[in-house]
Design a binder for this molecule. Structure first.
Ligand SMILES: NC(=O)c1ccc[n+]([C@@H]2O[C@H](COP(=O)([O-])OP(=O)(O)OC[C@H]3O[C@@H](n4cnc5c(N)ncnc54)[C@H](OP(=O)(O)O)[C@@H]3O)[C@@H](O)[C@H]2O)c1
Length: 235
């Protein structure tokens, strides 16, 4: 499959490497590929510059967001949550009719709104939208011809692509969306990552809960000293 991973952060890189391992053609999207490849300093989270990182993965192609989306049959959104709707709206013609798996969280890095919890990067960002709406729903409204599926939000990024690294893979992945065919495509991809317990939460309104869980996820992760973990829905 030709897959576009829109986003050069830790999540985008995790998906890109796993997809490459699984034999897919992978196009990573960025604002300006020359600018991204020219960076020499780690970002504020300490992630190494993309150009240094991608040198170990010659199969991964870096393109501008529109080119990556146009090149792919299946698209993954890992764009910073505060900017995702604007960026995706601008490339909407390349997303029409395609499945768009969205794992972004609408974190707003504004010190005046942020929660004063101690985190490795200072304070905990606030969510916007929250409760009355979600980023997943906003993306679907902005792109009525794309098929948005919210997924991969409730795990840390390496666990998303290697679920068996936690409890032998016996934990739960959630998906939500309005398009059954797109959810089937996402489910097939997640199964290829190793997920066995995939719980369909129904319509995209469920992405509100998935995104709001991110504060709980962070709190658990800090309590565990950064160790990887999963959530299991016991029936
Ligand atoms: N497991 C999970 O589901 C999980 C875990 C952590 C975070 N997240 C969420 O997933 C998303 C991606 O996280 P991440 O850590 O992989 O990457 P990130 O650093 O949050 O975002 C990376 C991407 O956002 C783009 N971007 C940043 N500012 C922008 C702007 N002003 N205009 C346009 N594009 C902009 C960057 O473009 P350039 O490439 O041009 O720099 C980059 O491609 C975020 O919403 C994050 O909160 C999800």
């Amino acid at each position: 499959m030709k897959v576009a991973v829109l986003g050069t952060g830790g999540g985008g890189r995790a998906h890109a490497v796993r997809l490459l391992e699984l034999g897919h053609e992978v196009y990573v999207g960025t604002r300006d590929s020359q600018v991204t490849l020219g960076r020499t300093e780690p970002d504020f989270m300490g992630i190494e510059p993309f150009g240094q990182w991608v040198a170990d993965y010659p199969g991964i192609e870096l393109m501008n967001f529109d080119e990556a989306a146009a090149s792919a049959d299946f698209v993954i959104n890992g764009i910073d949550g505060a900017n995702a709707v604007r960026v995706l709206s601008g490339i909407g013609r390349h997303l029409a009719g395609k499945t768009l798996m969205d794992y972004a969280v609408p974190f707003i890095y504004n010190p005046e709104q942020a929660h004063p919890w101690p985190t490795p990067w200072g304070v905990m960002p606030a969510l916007d939208p929250v409760d009355h709406d979600s980023l997943g729903e906003r993306i679907q409204r902005a792109l009525p011809q794309a098929k948005v599926v919210k997924a991969c939000v409730t795990q840390e990024q390496e666990t998303v692509v290697h679920p068996q690294a936690v409890a032998g893979g016996d934990h739960t992945m959630f998906i939500a969306g309005e398009h059954e065919d797109a959810k089937a495509e996402v489910t097939a991809l997640l199964r290829s990552y190793g997920w066995r317990d995939i719980l369909d939460l129904g319509p995209l309104v469920s992405s509100r809960g998935m995104e709001m869980y991110s504060h709980m996820h962070s709190a658990i992760q800090f309590a565990l000293g950064g160790a990887r973990f999963g959530m299991k829905v016991m029936r």
